[in-house]
Design a protein around this ligand. Structure first.
Ligand SMILES: Cc1cc2nc3c(=O)[nH]c(=O)nc-3n(C[C@H](O)[C@H](O)[C@H](O)COP(=O)(O)OP(=O)(O)OC[C@H]3O[C@@H](n4cnc5c(N)ncnc54)[C@H](O)[C@@H]3O)c2cc1C
Length: 355
């Protein structure tokens, strides 16, 4: 039986491990923390369901992963600039909210359970040298951070809600969000090219605006946050090791949605080993168009700064089918394809400390 060693028991590492074990490999996963999901603090994350025609839950199942974690579909979403509130109800879920962390119903614990059931050996508190590894899935630990998220999670008696706030005082170049589902909530500010205490004032403003606009009840508050990494030139394979998820730099550069990329890249890493196929080619076929579009989108967003948010709000006002707009925005057009080389070069020069 062939042995495979994976570094990092997160989304991409465990997806790779589950698929490899099911194909008959003997898989060891080395995780530096003492449990899966410890990188996170019980925050809610959106498993986006707009960048592909295929429903994300269907896509996940097609990659041999069961939906044994809690995930709440959201069809109704709100968009605001801090003054006007726009609402839209889509015909299909725009995203599914999942919990990240060590809660029993979290995505991380769901994957851990499936991995253990299929015979993966997970070694916790184990920080090994990457030299002996076949797959590197260490998330944001591998690269320089591109941005950071700061916020709170809480309990609430308020109704379920999903709000996205576009306001330059509440977020640096990205957005803020308020999410409540089944009595559990999360409010955060996402900031690009900004780390540490510098993001505190953005979250403070996020909190001010959200609590002024929405009559929500917040109790048992815990601080949450973290960093995210994107690379303009992903890593794929280096020194014979396959890189997956954020360690490879696979993340939506516009708004930081990385879970779909992580699960897909873990699956493709396993497929490349099982079927002896070229990993980079598999990624290019399935994910590269969307990754490149996110680079073009980020360039446009940075170029137009506050006007970009105003465009989006105007667009949202004029169009009733928000999920379709997101689908179009996240997939290549003639325009985003044409500007991609320039966008990549421009971002590489301007933000070389972050990308
Ligand atoms: C606060 C926050 C909010 C986010 N919100 C969203 C969202 O709403 N939607 C979305 O799609 N994405 C979101 N993301 C991004 C998403 O969480 C990541 O893209 C995704 O988790 C990446 O998966 P991964 O497999 O690459 O890494 P992870 O799932 O992070 O797993 C990496 C694992 O490697 C371990 N590790 C690190 N270093 C070592 C080492 N040296 N040795 C052994 N193990 C190691 C870590 O402990 C961790 O368990 C968010 C990120 C943050 C920080």
């Amino acid at each position: 039986m062939e042995n495979i060693k994976i570094m990092g028991a997160g989304l991409s590492g465990l997806t790779a491990a589950i698929n490899l074990t099911k194909a008959g490999y003997n898989v060891d996963v080395f995780e530096k923390r003492d449990d899966c999901g410890k990188r996170f603090q019980g925050d809610l994350e959106g498993l986006e369901n707009w960048s592909s025609k295929m429903d994300i839950l269907h896509e996940i199942k097609s990659m041999n992963i069961k939906i044994n974690f809690n995930c709440s579909p959201f069809k109704k979403i709100c968009l605001t600039d801090g003054k006007e509130i726009l609402e839209n109800t889509c015909d299909k879920p725009v995203f599914y909210l999942v919990k990240r962390g060590t809660n029993e119903d979290s995505l991380d614990q769901g994957l851990k359970k499936q991995a253990l059931e299929s015979g993966v050996n997970i070694h916790f508190n184990s920080k090994k040298n990457s030299e002996n590894m076949d797959i590197i899935s260490v998330g944001s630990a591998e690269n320089k951070p591109t941005g950071s998220v700061k916020g709170i999670r809480f309990e609430s008696e308020s109704d379920d809600i999903a709000v996205s706030l576009l306001n330059k005082e509440a977020s640096n170049r990205a957005y803020s969000y308020l999410l409540i589902t089944n009595g559990y909530g999360c409010m955060c500010s996402v900031n690009l090219y900004l780390m540490g205490n510098a993001v505190n004032r953005y979250f403070k403003k996020t909190y001010e605006i959200m609590t002024e606009l929405f009559d929500i009840n917040i109790k048992n508050v815990k601080n949450i946050g973290g960093v995210g990494c994107c690379l303009l030139t992903p890593k794929y394979v280096k020194k014979g090791k396959i890189y997956t998820g954020e360690a490879a730099g696979f993340q939506d550069l516009l708004w930081g949605f990385g879970m779909r990329y992580a699960i897909n890249s873990g699956y493709l890493a396993a497929k490349s080993i099982i079927e002896n196929k070229n990993y980079k080619k598999l990624i290019k076929q399935r994910l590269s168009d969307r990754l490149k579009t996110s680079v073009s989108n980020r360039y446009i967003a940075d170029r137009f700064k506050d006007r970009y948010s105003s465009f989006l709000l105007e667009w949202a006002k004029e169009n009733k089918r928000w999920r379709d707009i997101l689908y179009r925005g996240y997939n290549p057009s003639l325009y985003t394809r044409a500007i991609y080389p320039f966008a990549k070069l421009n971002l590489a020069l301007k933000y070389k400390n972050f990308l």
